[in-house]
Structure formats: structure tokens, C-alpha cells
Design a protein around this ligand. Structure first.
Ligand code: GDP
Ligand code: MG
Length: 163
């Protein structure tokens, strides 16, 4: 069985960009609009000979009960349930938000292996901003740039080594 890795995070942090990097596809919809990728989206990926499956998800707003946002939250929760590990994607440029804290709470309760990817970190890997993400208490944050392809390999290695 290939391990299944879900990419989870609030809208616009760069999940679909990361999905495309990891799967080397252009399948996921990357948008300047928050939350355009509303469905789960599966992709095949490999690192060397290790094959795994990545799930891209729409945004995640667990506390809003209606409409498209609720549907996105539901899809994301299903993706987390299906996953062997979760990459929790955050945005170094906006810092931690209340929504991130909600997602962190949900992921802790879900009892999955979680890896913290702090995206948009091109030129900022040494930034003091990174320290904030330690406070989640979910392990060491991995600074990445999905758009520029930085830090992805070591993130994926950490995930795969956990199996
Ligand atoms: P999603 O909603 O989490 O799937 O986010 P997207 O992948 O659609 O990306 C949202 C926006 O962030 C787009 O404008 C991307 O071009 C931008 N973005 C994604 N990754 C990076 C990155 O590594 N650095 C920067 N500066 N922008 C990024
Ligand atoms: Mg997306």
C-alpha cells in the first residue's frame, strides 16, 4: 500500500502549488482566489523509489457551518481521515492566524502524524517569523517555497521516513 499524504491548510497558503510540485503536474487548480480548489484531488508522487499518494484539499474553515465553506471543510476532513500523514501548510508571510489555530486543534484531535510546512519562505528561511510556528507544538516547521521549489525534498523525506 502506498502511503497517503494529505495537504491541509486554510485557503491561499499554497496547497495546490505544493501539490503540483510534489506530483509534478499542473492538475490542481492554482489560483489567486482564496479557496478555488473545492474538491479533494488525488495525485501520484514518488521520491526515488518510494511511491506515495498526495491529496490536495480545498480550504478549511471548520467553524463555518454553511454552503461552500462547509462542503470544503467536509472534504478536507474526509481527506484527513483517509491520510496516513498530513502536511499542514502555513504561510510565513501572513503568520499564524485564528484559522490556523482552529485547524491545528482539529488535526491534534484527529491523531494523525502532522508535518508543518511553512510556505512562501523563499528568501526568508532564516527569518525570525519561523519561530512563531514552533508554538503550534506540532514539531519542527519546515520552511518551503512551493512556488520556487525550495525545501520540498527535505519535507517529503521527513514525511516518508516516518513510515
Ligand atoms: P491554496 O488555496 O492553498 O491551494 O493556494 P494556491 O496554491 O492556489 O496558492 C495561492 C497563492 O499563493 C497563489 O497566488 C500562488 O501563486 C501563491 N503561492 C503559492 N506558493 C507560493 C510560494 O512558495 N511563494 C509565494 N510568494 N507565493 C506562493
Ligand atoms: Mg488550492
Amino acid at each position: 500500500m502506498k502511503p497517503v499524504v494529505a495537504l491541509v491548510g486554510r485557503p491561499n497558503v499554497g496547497k495546490s502549488t505544493l501539490f503540483n510540485r510534489i506530483t509534478k503536474s499542473r492538475d490542481a487548480i492554482v489560483a489567486d482566489f482564496a479557496g478555488l480548489t473545492r474538491d479533494r484531488h488525488y495525485g501520484d508522487a514518488r521520491l526515488g523509489s518510494r511511491e506515495f499518494i498526495v491529496i490536495d484539499t480545498g480550504g478549511f474553515e471548520p467553524d463555518k457551518p454553511t454552503g461552500v465553506v462547509a462542503e470544503m471543510a467536509k472534504q478536507t476532513k474526509q481527506a484527513v481521515a483517509e491520510a496516513d500523514a498530513v502536511i499542514f501548510v502555513l504561510d510565513i508571510r501572513s503568520g499564524l492566524s485564528g484559522q490556523d489555530a482552529d485547524i491545528a486543534r482539529y488535526l491534534r484531535a484527529a491523531n494523525k502524524r502532522v508535518f508543518i510546512a511553512v510556505n512562501k519562505a523563499e528568501g526568508m528561511a532564516e527569518s525570525p517569523m519561523l519561530a512563531e510556528f514552533f508554538e503550534l507544538g506540532m514539531g519542527e516547521p519546515h520552511p518551503i517555497s512551493a512556488a520556487h521549489g525550495q525545501g520540498i525534498r527535505s519535507l517529503v523525506e521527513a514525511v516518508l521516513e516516518s513510515f
